[in-house]
Ligand binder design. Structure first.
Ligand code: CDP
Length: 196
């Protein structure tokens, strides 16, 4: 069976948690596409050359989740040649036999417009910043500023800007706990599976 779940949305909206839960629940493979951009940004050097020769080891670095790595990721992610270098791998992953969940910014719009289930996960910036602060610690105001800066860059870029696909279901998790957000996402996927 070929079945793609596309999960997009702004920084720290809960895409990772929901994607992992969906993958476990339905037995699908999961790709956190943000890690690809984080790895390119963290490696330094010419981002286009790095993106073209990215290796599995590059994704295993321990420092990819930091605020700095997030900022570096969103800067290299605005370079069209970097995005182009990463498209084929993501498309193959999305359409591989057995089902796949991919989370990122452009999965439902660019990487896999034919995805069978599309979710756009969002939440108020303050709520997202608070969740990210619980993970990374430090100064919460700084985390909020970082989240807002990254969202503005991701939404404003010319190539594959962050926006919901026309046929995406919007899931606002501002007032939802993890269990409820996951339950709603599961309902959508089950509904789409029933339509096959
Ligand atoms: O976990 P969080 O939502 O904070 O970020 P991420 O998904 O790891 O993505 C880090 C950065 O990579 C984003 O701010 C985007 O600039 C970029 N990205 C992208 O452009 N396209 C994707 N499909 C995934 C990430």
């Amino acid at each position: 069976m070929i079945f793609t779940v596309a999960i997009d949305g702004p920084a720290a909206a809960g895409k990772g948690t929901i994607s992992r839960a969906l993958a476990a629940r339905f037995g699908f493979a999961h790709l956190d596409t943000g890690l690809l951009y984080r790895a390119v940004g963290a490696k330094g050097g010419d981002p286009v050359a790095v993106a073209r020769s990215l290796q599995p080891d590059d994704l295993a670095r321990g420092d990819l989740r930091t605020l700095e790595a997030g900022q570096a990721a969103s800067r290299v992610a605005a370079i069209p040649e970097v995005r182009a270098a990463l498209v084929d791998f993501q498309r193959r992953f999305a359409r591989a036999e057995g089902g796949a969940v991919l989370d990122g910014r452009d999965i439902g719009t660019v990487i896999c417009p034919e995805a069978e289930a599309k979710l756009f996960i969002t939440a108020a910036p303050e709520v997202r910043a608070h969740r990210r602060w619980l993970e990374v610690g430090g100064d919460e105001e700084k985390v909020l500023a970082e989240v807002k800066e990254r969202d503005a860059r991701d939404m404003g870029r010319a190539d594959a800007p962050l926006r919901p696909a026309a046929d995406a279901v919007i899931l606002d998790t501002t007032g939802l706990d993890i269990a409820e957000a996951v339950a709603r996402a599961e309902n959508l996927v089950r509904d789409r599976l029933n339509r096959l």
